[in-house]
Design a protein around this ligand. Structure first.
Ligand code: NAP
Length: 261
């Protein structure tokens, strides 16, 4: 079985993929977890699940907004003070789009999605990098730190024209650009950065669309004929965090049931 160790800083940990990553990391051996999200109650629920499943894991709840740089700087310091170092940073916090054609969209519609999904990832990555640059390398095939950003298959290709989600698609292409640029810029300094590009995954982000039947056609269009699960994404993130992927830098690992090929 894949084994991880050390400490992690995970955003969006109160729901969906972020919560799944926190639970998977605890199972795989990460025994210190700093969990960040906007809602403290949601984070407490994540912690309770981890305490039931992996009682040896130490968790710290950090309610914060990824768009607020001062809060993220404090959050990274808080995690470092408690855990000495941050071995893995996973940027999962994100919001979904409300489909609207560009000519019908307001600047606020655009800005909100870009702020959370792209600028929020940049802010977290910046402060994780500052901390990781101060850490020693761990061991052979293990770096000073590893960062994994959650992009989307819509960070690689566009959504269908019938689903006009330009700000979301642009934000996720931006996450891929940021991941590639900084993967190159920090590789020699011992920090490994990658992204994952999920297809449709059953989480609260798309549960409304699933219930209203909006996703039926999209699931049909997915060659495996179903949406992915949080566990399938969390396991891929654990692989990218582990030394098994030590020569992977700047990739966007696509996990989409063959939708985008
Ligand atoms: P989710 O269940 O809605 O989880 C996202 C979490 O991020 C929520 O707890 C949300 O809190 C939090 N969040 C939103 N804005 C934040 C902010 N400004 N500061 C801190 N936390 C914030 O959605 P998910 O599906 O797990 O999505 C996780 C990531 O995967 C996102 O980046 C999403 O774009 C990406 N993704 C998802 C899918 C999919 O099909 N589900 C596919 C491809 C990529 P609130 O609930 O309070 O907003």
């Amino acid at each position: 079985m894949l084994r991880l160790s050390g400490s992690a800083f995970i955003t969006g940990a109160g729901s969906g993929i972020g919560r799944g990553v926190a639970r998977a990391f605890a199972r795989y051996g990460v025994n210190r977890l700093a969990l960040l999200d906007q809602k403290p109650d949601a984070l407490r629920e994540t912690c309770q699940q981890i305490q039931r499943e992996s009682p040896q894991t130490k968790t710290e709840i950090i309610p914060a907004d990824v768009c607020n740089e001062a809060s993220i700087q404090r959050a990274v310091s808080q995690a470092t003070n408690l855990f000495d170092r941050i071995d893995y940073g996973v940027n999962c916090a994100g919001i979904g789009p409300s489909p609207k054609m560009t000519h019908e969209m307001t600047l606020e519609d655009w800005q909100r999605v870009i702020d959370v999904n792209l600028t929020g990832v940049w802010i977290c990555q910046k402060h994780l990098l500052r901390q990781m640059l101060n850490q020693e390398h761990r061991s052979n095939r293990e770096e000073r730190g590893v960062i994994i950003n959650i992009a989307s298959m819509y960070g690689l290709v566009s959504a269908p024209g019938s689903m006009p989600i330009a700000p979301y698609t642009a934000s996720k292409h931006g996450v891929m650009g940021l991941t590639k640029m900084d993967a190159k810029a920090y590789a020699k300094r011992g920090i490994r950065i990658n992204a994952i590009c999920p297809g449709y995954i059953v989480t609260p982000l798309i549960s409304g669309a699933i219930q209203s039947g909006l996703m039926d056609e999209e699931f049909e269009r997915t060659p495996v004929g179903r949406a992915g699960t949080v566990e399938e994404i969390a396991d891929s993130i654990a692989f990218l965090a582990s030394p098994l992927s030590s020569f992977m830098h700047g990739t966007g690992l696509t996990i989409d049931g063959a939708y985008s090929i």
